[in-house]
Design a protein around this ligand. Structure first.
Ligand SMILES: Nc1ncnc2c1ncn2[C@@H]1O[C@H](COP(=O)(O)OP(=O)(O)OP(=O)(O)O)[C@@H](O)[C@H]1O
Ligand SMILES: [Mg+2]
Length: 473
């Protein structure tokens, strides 16, 4: 053994053959000019050897004897344990020490009978010429990854920031102030408001301005997922939980949202059976994936939203009061568009900015009397409906000017069915009639989708599918 690879202190000898780790290290000492540190562990990942150069790198005091310690106590990110547990080498890896990177390789060590005795690890400094290319590449990739992450974060933040909730009226100012306050607290929030008022936008904004912004934002639309799948959607499934089900375990939304926010959209549509399970999860902060008997701790902030009349649901007992009080710790009421018609000019202008136009075409302009036409409507579909109207107007406009006549022509006509044009084919006629029925049912139900679906005698998921098909979403 040369002085360069001499173990320091009394060698700890595990009864089950640390000697062969020692022998292996001795063999490697032939190559010592290529590596700058070595460590050996036994089959339980306890340190048996460490060389002087590695000690220096780790800044160990001279009189400190690490032999016998679990390797992670000396090197917290060490993967030596993985090598002894799997018996597989890690030929090339990059490890951070302070702010420098080192290339490391780790080998399992076996005795003559092939039984695992331990493992040896070698560290290569970054000033070793032959390793420069790989470290450079790693550095570059890391920088690129960080840049991409930052860009993604900025993009997300701008797309979903509170600044994108358009409106300057007093009600909107108050609402924004309240949302900012709620973002700073970590309790569950409930967002109430008619369809198309921007509830989802606000849920994103709360998440983005909260401490959880770096964590995931996971949304589940209660009305869009078939009832039979909701439970596994939330809690996940253990491998092979159902016959015929996927063999692999699937994470539920609760787990996916760990460390972040879980957004429960259309909470009013949550089936009663699920409500009970949900309540338990919120109370206990843990989940049990379907078909497993293990419990997982979860840390999520729940934000829910609905356009339904939850009071009514509470009264007719289709929504549990205890769950309601848990979800509604912080409540946001989003005003309908008809209650903030003075926001119409700024809304129209900003929504039009997002409407595509021909290359070289100047920005859309909307006339003051056209705004007046927009203000003379009660907007059951709120900002979403307004966006659709403006898009239709832009599609029909001959130039960038949108005048009152044009707006009046594209305004939704309520309650009157357009005649079916002859020659348009039965399928078109049926589709047209179906679409009109949906629009009317939605209007009659004040934009509440579940109620509209009920009045038409179709399931929620069928209803959502049709909304999507006719672009009424
Ligand atoms: N105040 C607003 N400023 C800008 N855009 C808005 C505003 N309110 C709604 N929108 C836009 O209208 C559309 C519908 O908004 P969102 O999906 O947040 O509504 P919602 O309240 O969740 O509706 P629903 O109850 O039907 O799900 C989105 O395209 C959203 O960006
Ligand atoms: Mg929504």
């Amino acid at each position: 053994m040369t002085d360069k690879v001499t173990p320091i202190g009394t060698a700890y000898r595990h009864p089950s053959g640390a000697a062969s780790v020692e022998e292996a290290l001795n063999a490697f000492s032939l190559f010592r000019e290529y590596f700058q540190g070595a460590i050996g562990v036994d089959a339980e990942a306890r340190i048996t050897w460490i060389d002087a150069r590695y000690r220096k790198l780790l800044k160990l005091p001279d009189d400190f004897d690490p032999n016998g310690l679990p390797v992670e106590e000396l090197i917290p990110h060490s993967l030596m344990r993985q090598v002894v547990e799997t018996g597989r080498p890690m030929l090339l890896d990059i490890m951070d020490f302070d702010d420098r990177q080192f290339v490391v390789c780790r080998f399992p060590i076996r005795d003559d009978d092939g039984a695992l005795q331990g493992a040896a690890g070698f560290v290569f400094y970054d000033n070793v010429d032959h390793l420069q290319p790989i470290l450079k590449k790693f550095e570059t990739l890391k920088t690129q990854l960080n840049r991409a992450r930052a860009a993604l974060r900025r993009e997300r933040q701008t797309k979903y920031s509170l600044a994108n909730f358009i409106g300057a009226s007093e009600v909107v100012k108050d609402l924004k102030a309240q949302v900012r306050r709620f973002a700073l607290r970590d309790g569950p929030a409930l967002i109430l408001g008619e369809t198309g008022t921007g509830k989802e936008l606000l849920a994103h904004a709360i998440h983005q301005s909260s401490d959880r912004a770096e964590g995931p934002f996971v949304a589940v639309n209660m009305a869009a997922v078939p009832e039979s799948l909701l439970e596994s959607e939330f809690f996940g499934t253990a491998p092979g939980a159902f016959t015929g089900a996927e063999k692999k375990a699937r994470k539920g939304k609760f787990e996916l949202a760990h460390g972040g926010t879980l957004f429960l959209d259309e909470i009013g549509d949550m089936p009663l059976a699920l409500q009970a399970k949900f309540l338990r999860v919120l109370q206990e902060g843990e989940i049990e994936p379907l078909g497993s008997n293990s419990i997982k701790k979860i840390d999520v902030r729940v934000i829910s939203a609905t356009s339904q009349d939850l009071d009514e649901r509470l009264q007719n007992k289709t929504f549990r009061a205890d769950l309601y009080y848990r979800l509604a710790v912080l409540t946001v009421n989003v005003p309908p568009l008809r209650d903030r018609l003075d926001d119409m000019p700024v809304l129209a202008e900003r929504l039009l900015e997002a409407v595509p136009r021909m290359v070289d075409m100047p920005a859309w302009e909307i006339a003051a009397d056209a705004i007046a036409v927009l203000q003379d409507h009660d907007w059951p579909g709120n900002v979403r409906e307004l966006g659709n109207v403006l898009e239709r107007a832009a599609a029909m406009a001959r130039n960038e000017h949108l005048d009152a006549d044009l707006i009046a022509r594209v305004m939704p006509k309520r309650g009157r069915a357009a005649p079916v044009l002859p020659g348009s084919g039965l399928a078109d006629a049926v589709a047209g009639a179906e679409k009109r029925a949906i629009v009317e049912a939605l209007a009659a139900a004040n934009g509440q989708k579940s109620a509209a679906a009920e009045s038409l005698g179709v399931s929620r998921s069928q209803f959502y599918e049709k909304l999507k098909r006719y672009d009424l979403g």
